[in-house]
Design a protein around this ligand. Structure first.
Ligand SMILES: *Cc1c(COP(=O)(O)O)cnc(C)c1O
Length: 385
């Protein structure tokens, strides 16, 4: 984590209406902005991406957040959306056309894949390469491949992609790359510097951080963000409101201190899990973190608190008993908030894929690591009954 990033996160409002020296931006709770003359209105409306005309397009509170996010990711511009899926949907809708092929690399957030399946009816094809280390990505590139979409680490199994290697191949073929960087936040990984064209985020997770707001963002070049503004944002209307933006900005200010604490707690929990006889594997990039292991060391400057592990003899009954015995880790979807959460991809009818059998996912929150470990031990003890 570098100190410039920390400063960006805490940046005080210096926009219009600063009035008596407020450090938090005003919440511009307005749907539209009037202009002093019709000529001025016509001029600004012709370039709505850079003028405040109507809040479905741009809004000063949201724009302040977009500026912070672009700075943090090292991108020229950013656009915020009503949710992570709103952002991902806008990327697909804005950049793909019928006949295109999308390559998904690594395990990717479930609804993103469901959206790709939905796009088949519009003539957009896709291939999923779930194990990035086991395949030669270049072999799966087709003539009509126009986008490579990936996560690193990937959803649930947390496998890491060699990002510079992937972007080198993509550039050689003139294919755009999009990376979902929600897991690392811009503090622990900088995909644009590794040659990725567009970064997407669910702001709902660590960046919001308080489990009280849903939002998404896309960061990239000025040209691509403008393209997405007109074709993905304006037309599909998954708009972040000024109120939501102010909540995300509040989260952003404490992001650096929260991420340090998530990391500290997660590494303590990981060490504990790895030593436990009921655990057969732990999945988190830190596990593969060997100072000589160049890929991990060069890509991550820190590790967040979302991990998964495999329970020995991981039947639905045992996984349920373990999860139900937890008190501090609460059962629920989502992750990245202050509170510790637990879930599993396991369903009574069997896991969606055999390799997910016995898998339990933890979002290690901001409570003390000692309390988290005591809670996990209570659940392990319950298995012996
Ligand atoms: C939650 C999540 C999303 C979707 O974000 P929403 O804000 O819930 O729409 C996308 N990618 C990843 C990795 C996520 O965890």
């Amino acid at each position: 984590m570098n100190s410039t990033d920390q400063q960006i996160c805490m940046g005080a409002w210096d926009g219009p209406g600063v009035g008596p020296g407020a450090v938090a931006p005003p919440i511009y709770q307005t749907s539209l902005f009037t202009k002093p003359s019709f000529e001025e209105f016509v001029r600004q409306q012709a370039a709505e991406h850079e003028n405040f005309v109507y809040s479905r397009g741009t809004n000063p509170t949201v724009a302040f957040l977009e500026e912070r996010l672009a700075l943090l990711e090292g991108g020229e511009a950013a656009k915020c959306f009503a949710s992570g899926m709103g952002a991902i949907g806008a990327v697909f809708a804005g950049l793909l056309r019928g006949g295109d092929h999308v390559l998904f690399v690594n395990t990717v957030y479930g609804p993103t894949i469901e959206l790709a399946q939905h796009l088949e009816r519009f003539g957009v094809e896709h291939t999923i390469l779930a194990d990035p280390a086991a395949v030669d990505i270049e072999e799966h590139i087709r003539e009509n491949t126009s986008l490579i979409y990936f996560e690193s680490p990937g959803t649930m199994l947390m496998k890491v992609v060699d990002v510079p290697a992937l972007t080198t191949v993509a550039r050689r073929h003139g294919i755009r790359t999009v990376m979902d960087n929600t897991w690392s936040t811009p503090l622990f990984q900088k995909p644009l510097a590794a040659g990725v064209d567009l970064v997407v985020h669910s702001l709902t997770k660590y960046i919001g951080g308080h489990s009280d707001v849903i939002g998404g963002a896309v960061i990239g070049s000025q040209d691509t963000i403008r393209e997405l503004f007109y074709q993905g944002h304006q037309l599909f209307g998954a708009v972040m409101s000024a109120m939501e933006a102010s909540l995300v900005l509040r989260g952003l200010r404490t992001l650096p201190v929260r991420m340090e604490q998530h990391q500290r707690n997660a590494l303590t929990v990981i060490d504990h899990l790895r030593a436990h006889p009921e655990v057969t594997a732990v999945h988190h990039p830190y596990i593969d973190h060997d100072p000589d292991e160049a890929v991990i060391t060069s890509q991550f400057s820190g590790f967040s608190g979302l991990l998964s592990f495999e329970l020995r003899d991981g039947t639905f009954t045992r996984v349920s008993r373990f999860i139900d015995a937890l008190r501090l880790f609460r059962i629920g979807p989502s992750w990245g908030g202050y509170e510790s959460l637990v879930t599993s991809p396991l369903r009574s009818t069997g896991a969606p894929a055999p390799e997910l059998d016995g898998l339990i996912r933890l979002s290690v929150g901001l409570e003390g690591a000692q309390s988290q470990i005591e809670d996990l031990d209570r659940a392990f003890t319950s298995l012996a009954r």
